[in-house]
Ligand binder design. Structure first.
Ligand code: AMP
Length: 420
């Protein structure tokens, strides 16, 4: 399959080639022709599958006949609205619109909370055809009448499952109330839960469904490994692994914001340059942390699941699960940050004895067990009940933990058996 027969014009094909994309990803080959045909599309595709280009490229193609160089804002009404749950994802999509849209003279911008609204208002007043937004901030603009959505022709709901999780649907509903009912609606979601299907029923008309193989079945270039370790010794094991394998550019996931801050501070104190990105930090702080990581000024970026949505960091070689996520699907999201677009990657999970249930959930989803590696001096002590308040938090109830079931076995064997 090549990009040539998807229905895109020569200039967009040239852009794609310049980006170094030799062939469309599965979600691109399936979704692009449907979107160009004007269909509503309900697509199950995770971050890392090329889903952004799957909707941005056909949108640019559809909109190109509206492109004009007129000065009047009236000549540049919002025709496409892309709603997405997080600021990072919004920025990433906005950047993709600029990149892919280099040859198409359409105006685009992005609005999101946590920053000053005035600069956004100025840009909106001058007119933009493509608007990327997080729901809350867009509603502010709607309330202040600084944006008019009455000419929107295409609505994209990106990461719909995450918008549900984050409780954004009432806001989305209000926003959709300001958009014409006659429109094309594209809904992207990592999963097709019943709730996502209900949303599709509410916002879409006779959608065509696109499902691509989830990343867990296609990431041959991704090595997964788990290390059994007590919760309280995870940070030291992490430092050990970083030093032993001379790791650079390590993205570490923690379950909680406080855990992320504490771990980042600890690693930094121990001489491993680290920054953290989570929901309690201001937009400026998050941007600075991300830039420091991308620019390789720090080795480690510690993130929570929510804050990590939409992080697109090229060539990320290592992802570390400092704790396994409660939701197995989040494991897939996390490891999707490495091994992207053919590059090789390693996903490391530091798993304490009280995480056997989470491990079982992840392995059930993967339909295979994660190979277990051992650093002898960091193996969990089978005879010791882990400390009630683990240093970096993460256990469900303040770090209260269970011992492995069979104290006489090697912990790695216990893990493998217990998680089966
Ligand atoms: P996304 O799933 O939209 O977050 O995209 C994941 C990454 O894949 C981004 O870095 C894109 O630049 C890249 N990408 C998108 N489409 C292709 C393609 N057809 N071939 C190779 N890389 C791609």
């Amino acid at each position: 399959m090549t990009f040539d027969n998807l229905g895109l014009s020569a200039d967009l094909l040239a852009t794609v080639e310049r980006e170094g994309y030799t062939e469309p990803t599965p979600v691109q080959s399936a979704a692009i022709p449907l979107i160009l045909a004007g269909r509503d599309v309900l697509a199950a595709a995770q971050t890392g599958t090329g889903k952004t280009a799957a909707f941005v490229l056909p949108i640019l193609e559809i909109l190109r006949h509206h492109s004009n160089t007129g000065y009047s804002p009236a000549r540049h009404p919002v025709r496409v609205l892309i709603l997405t749950p997080t600021r990072e994802l919004a920025c990433q999509i906005a950047a993709a619109v600029k990149t892919y849209g280099r040859s198409v003279p359409l105006r685009s911008t992005v609005v999101y909370g946590g920053t000053r609204i005035d600069p956004e208002i100025k840009i909106l007043w001058s007119g933009v055809e493509i608007l990327v937004a997080t729901p809350g901030r867009l509603l502010d603009h709607v309330g202040q009448r600084t944006v008019n959505l009455s000419q929107v022709e295409i609505l994209v709901l990106d990461e719909a499952d995450r918008m549900l999780d984050m409780g954004f649907i009432p806001e989305v509903r209000k926003i959709v109330g300001h958009i014409p009912a006659k429109r094309q609606t594209l809904l992207f979601s990592a999963t097709f839960s019943d709730d996502v299907r209900k949303l599709a029923g509410e916002f879409q008309t006779d959608p065509e469904t696109v499902e691509v193989a989830p990343r867990n079945s296609i990431a041959d270039n991704l090595t997964q490994v788990l290390y059994p370790v007590d919760q309280s010794r995870k940070a030291d094991l992490l430092i050990h692994l970083i030093q032993r394998d001379s790791m650079e550019q390590v993205l570490v996931f923690t379950r909680s914001k406080i855990g992320a801050s504490r771990l980042a501070a600890y690693l930094d104190r121990r001489g491993v340059s680290t920054s953290a990105i989570h929901g309690d930090r201001s937009q400026a702080e998050r941007t600075r942390a991300l830039e420091a990581f991308k620019g390789r000024f720090v080795k480690v970026l510690v993130a929570t699941d929510v804050a990590s949505r939409g992080l697109d960091i090229e060539d990320l070689p290592y992802v570390v699960n400092f704790e396994l996520p409660y939701e197995p699907q989040d494991y897939i999201h996390r490891i999707g940050r490495t091994g992207r677009a053919g590059a090789s990657g390693t996903a490391i999970s530091l798993v304490s004895p009280d995480e056997v249930d989470e491990l079982r959930g992840v392995q059930r989803l993967l339909r295979k067990s994660i190979p277990c590696a051992v650093v002898e001096e960091y193996l969990p002590d089978p005879n010791r009940e882990p400390a009630p308040a683990a240093r970096f938090g993460g256990g469900r109830s303040g770090g209260q933990s269970r011992s492995p079931r069979n104290g006489s076995q090697r912990p790695s064997q216990t893990f493998a058996a217990a998680a089966r």
